[in-house]
Design a protein around this ligand. Structure first.
Ligand code: AMP
Ligand code: ZN
Length: 466
C-alpha cells in the first residue's frame, strides 16, 4: 500500500502524494525563541524530521519551511527585563535551538525563516485582508473578524454556535468585537519594540507570520502543514482563516499534528515546570541518540510518557543494533548465503517500509528490525549467517538508519572517528612490538576513557564503542 497519512482536516488516513508529484511543499511551526527548547518541544521537531526523512526515502524532493517566532509577548517581557534588544535576546536562543537540532541530527529545513525579517510582508497581507473586509481596528490594533470566514472551525471540527458575537470571554487586554476574533496587528505600547509600516506602527500578532511566510515561500496551497497537537486550535485554525481569505485557495492539503510528550500524565511544559532541556539531561550522561530514538520510537499520534527508564531502554536498543553491526563487520563469516536469513531480511525491509508508509508507524517499523536482528544473531552464533547475507542485512540496517539515524555515535560520546581510533591502535601495536608495555597500556586506557573497547584476538585487535 502506498504512503498515507492521517489528515487532521478530514479526520481520515489518506493516500499522500505531493500536488506536483515530485516535491513536497511543507511548512512546520517552529519554536518561540524566548528560552531554551525542552524535550517536549523536540518531540514535535523530531516528528518533522522523521516525516522529512520518510518523504525523501519515498522518492520525493522537499521544500520545507520552518519559522522562528522571534517576537511575541514573552520575548518582549524577558528582553525588557534583561535590558536587552529583541535581536540580542533572541539571537542566543535561536542559536541554541539550531545547535540542539543539529545535536539531535534533525535535518535542516530548506528554509528557516525568522518572523522579524518578514514584517513588511505581514503588514501588506493585513492591509489586503482589510481591503477585502476581513478586519477592524480597535485602539490601534487590528483584528481578524471571524464571522467573515464561514469555514472557521473546519480543522478543529468545532462548532462555535455557543459563542455569541460580542461576548468578552477573552482576558486579552485588547478590545475585540467577538471572542473568537484574534489580533493580526498589535498597537505599540510605550517602551516596547514596534515597527513602522504601511498599516501604521505596531507589531504582528503571532498567527499572521506563518500564513505570510508559508504563502511567500511555498505558494497558496501547501502539501503538508504540521505542528504540535496544541496548535490545531486556535493557531492553525487562524492560519487557515487568514490564508484562505488572502488567496481564495485551500491553504494546506494535509494537516499533521504530533501528540504531546507527557510527564506523569501531564504535558511537559514550561508553565507546569515539569520540563527538561537537552542541557539538563546531557548532564546526566544521556546521549543525543537515546533522546532521538526515544522521541522517534513512539508513533507521532500517540502521546509518549517521558521517563529516564525510557531513555535507558532507548540506549539498550541502540547498543543492540550497534553491537550487531559491529559483529557483522568483525566476525569471520562462512562463505555461504543462508536462504532463510535472506528471506527474513527481505521481509523485514518490506515490513519496515510498509509500517512507515502507514502514517509513520515507527513502532512497527522498529519491531521488524529487532526481530530480524534476533534471528540473525542466533544464526551468527550457529555459524549459519554467511558472508552472502551481509548485503541484505546492510540494506535493512541502512534503511533503518536513514530514518532513525542512531547507529553512528555522536562526536561528544567518544569524540573520535574510526580513523583516529585505528591510528591509536596501530601506535599501541607498535609500542607492544617495541616492548614498551607502559605506553601500550596508556593508549589502551585513553581509548577506554573515550568509550572504545579493545579486544586482543588471535586475528589481531578488534575494537568497538561502548
Ligand atoms: P513553542 O516554542 O511553545 O511555540 O512550541 C514549539 C512546538 O513544540 C510546537 O509545535 C508545540 O506544539 C510543541 N510542543 C510544546 N510542548 C510540547 C509537548 N509537551 N509535547 C509535544 N510537543 C510540544
Ligand atoms: Zn505556525
Amino acid at each position: 500500500m502506498a504512503l498515507r497519512f492521517y489528515n487532521t482536516l478530514t479526520q481520515q488516513v489518506q493516500p499522500f502524494e505531493p500536488l506536483d508529484a515530485k516535491t513536497v511543499r511543507m511548512y512546520t511551526c517552529g519554536p518561540t525563541v524566548y528560552d531554551y527548547a525542552h524535550i517536549g518541544n523536540f518531540r514535535a521537531f523530531v516528528f518533522y524530521d522523521i516525516l522529512r526523512r520518510w518523504l525523501k526515502a519515498s522518492g520525493y524532493g522537499l521544500d520545507h519551511v520552518m519559522n522562528i517566532t522571534d517576537v511575541d509577548d514573552k520575548i518582549i517581557r524577558n528582553a525588557m527585563a534583561q535590558g536587552k534588544s529583541l535581536v540580542d535576546y533572541t539571537a542566543v536562543y535561536t542559536q541554541a535551538f539550531l545547535d540542539d537540532c543539529a545535536t539531535l541530527r534533525l535535518e535542516r529545513p530548506e528554509r528557516v525563516a525568522r518572523a522579524t525579517e518578514h514584517i513588511p510582508e505581514m503588514a501588506r497581507a493585513i492591509q489586503k485582508l482589510g481591503d477585502e473586509g476581513h478586519t477592524y481596528s480597535s485602539d490601534g490594533s487590528i483584528y481578524f473578524r471571524i464571522s467573515t470566514f464561514p469555514g472557521y472551525g473546519k480543522l478543529s471540527h468545532q462548532h462555535f454556535d455557543g459563542m455569541v458575537s460580542g461576548a468578552r470571554v477573552d482576558v486579552d487586554s485588547y478590545e475585540k468585537a467577538d471572542a473568537r476574533d484574534f489580533a493580526l496587528w498589535k498597537a505599540p505600547k510605550p517602551g516596547e519594540p514596534s515597527w513602522q509600516t504601511e498599516i501604521g506602527p505596531g507589531r504582528p500578532g503571532w498567527h499572521i507570520e506563518c500564513s505570510v511566510m508559508a504563502i511567500e515561500f511555498l505558494g497558496s496551497t501547501l502539501d503538508i502543514h504540521a505542528g504540535g497537537i496544541d496548535l490545531v486550535f486556535p493557531h492553525h485554525e487562524n492560519e487557515i482563516a487568514q490564508s484562505e481569505c488572502l488567496t481564495h485557495r485551500p491553504f494546506s492539503r494535509f494537516w499533521m499534528h504530533a501528540e504531546f510528550l507527557l510527564v506523569d500524565g501531564q504535558k511537559m511544559s514550561k508553565s507546569l515546570g515539569n520540563f527538561y532541556t537537552l542541557r539538563d539531561i546531557f548532564g546526566r550522561g544521556v546521549t543525543p541518540e537515546a533522546v532521538r530514538y526515544l522521541l522517534a520510537s513512539v508513533p507521532y499520534r500517540k502521546s509518549l510518557n517521558f521517563t529516564f527508564e525510557g531513555l535507558n531502554s532507548a540506549k539498550t536498543a541502540i547498543d543492540r543494533l550497534r553491537n550487531f553491526t559491529f559483529r557483522l563487520e568483525s566476525s569471520k563469516l562462512p562463505q555461504i548465503k543462508n536462504e532463510k536469513i535472506e528471506e527474513h531480511a527481505r521481509a523485514a525491509l518490506e515490513q519496515f517500509r510498509a509500517s512507515m508508509d502507514d502514517d509513520l508507524n515507527t513502532a512497527e517499523a522498529l519491531a521488524a528490525v529487532f526481530e530480524f536482528v534476533r534471528d540473525a544473531n542466533t544464526a551468527v552464533d550457529a555459524n549459519e549467517f554467511g558472508a552472502g547475507n551481509l548485503e541484505a542485512a546492510h540494506a535493512l540496517l541502512g534503511q533503518f538508519d536513514a530514518v532513525f539515524d542512531v547507529l553512528q555515535p555522536s562526536k561528544s560520546e567518544g569524540g573520535m572517528t574510526d580513523e583516529e581510533i585505528e591510528a591509536m591502535i596501530a601506535s599501541r601495536t607498535a609500542a607492544k612490538k617495541a616492548r614498551d608495555f607502559a605506553r601500550a597500556d596508556q593508549i589502551r586506557n585513553e581509548l577506554t576513557e573515550k568509550g572504545v573497547i579493545l579486544e586482543d584476538t588471535k586475528d589481531g585487535v578488534r575494537w568497538k564503542r561502548k
